[in-house]
Design a protein around this ligand. Structure first.
Ligand code: C5P
Length: 239
């Protein structure tokens, strides 16, 4: 890992309304570099929320998991890029033509967003993926290999898969949700990792929501996590 790739923290702003989103965002300005806007917030607040958050200095991760015909996804990628989005998600299961169309659309922009492929949703258990017999972990690795071939910038994966993905493709970035500092509530997450463990596993972006947004002091919670990330990254560099 080189210093240019010091892992970065992404706070998931999963709120059912704009006001609490902005209240917490204000507390995290200049502490957390990235914020994630997902389906819930984007659907209720629209693109205006992206401008508000970017105006506060956040880099924007738009997590809408695009999955459609290549032309539609390419246009959505362009629209997101023009709206100032720095990173977005699309489903690897949309296939090669869809993913390559997205890559081409991003490359046509003056500020291309990074594209992250969703491999297998972590909510799938064995046998639950319609029409797919493969075990979810093996299927996710196969899709990560494809994501690298199709020139996506990275994949969304659990911290538990990051090391195996880095072995397949060291330059493919890993964005890992389910980050839980030691002692915090796992909520509905099952395959969690501490910030330090995720950094050691090779995560490039660590996504965490409730351990920050539901904390009594979100600012203090975020500072503690960013410190854990940077200390672990430094010690990993020295190894
Ligand atoms: O609050 P919490 O830290 O669990 O939030 C994690 C965020 O990461 C949520 O926005 C969730 O939708 C997202 N996510 C996830 N697991 C995935 C993909 C995304 O938890 N596999």
């Amino acid at each position: 890992m080189d210093t240019a790739h010091t892992p970065q923290l992404v706070v998931a702003l999963d709120f059912p309304a704009v006001q609490p989103t902005l209240e917490v965002a204000r507390q995290l300005q200049n502490i957390v570099p990235w914020c994630k806007v997902g389906m819930e917030l984007f659907t209720l607040a629209g693109p205006a929320i992206l401008n508000e958050l970017a105006g506060m200095g956040f880099k924007i991760f738009l997590d809408l998991k695009f999955y459609d015909i290549p032309n539609t996804v390419a246009r959505a990628v362009q629209a997101a890029g023009l709206a100032g989005v720095h990173m977005l998600t699309l489903h690897c299961q949309g296939g090669e033509r869809m993913c390559r169309a997205a890559v081409e659309a991003a490359a046509s922009l003056s500020s291309p967003p990074m594209l992250f492929g969703v491999t297998v949703l972590t909510s799938f258990a064995v046998g639950e993926m319609p029409g797919i017999q493969a075990e979810p972990g093996a299927f996710a690795l196969m899709l990560a290999r494809s994501a690298a071939q199709w020139n996506l910038d990275g994949v969304v994966c659990s911290g538990h898969e990051a090391a195996a993905i880095k072995k397949i493709s060291p330059s493919l970035r890993c964005l890992c949700p389910g980050i839980r500092p030691t002692g915090s509530n796992n909520n509905d997450q099952r395959r969690v990792m501490t910030p330090a463990a995720a950094v050691r596993a090779g995560a490039d972006f660590l996504v965490t929501g409730r351990p920050i947004t539901a904390a009594d002091d979100p600012q203090e919670a975020a500072l503690r996590i960013t410190k854990e990330i940077s200390l672990t990254a430094q010690s990993t560099l020295k190894e």
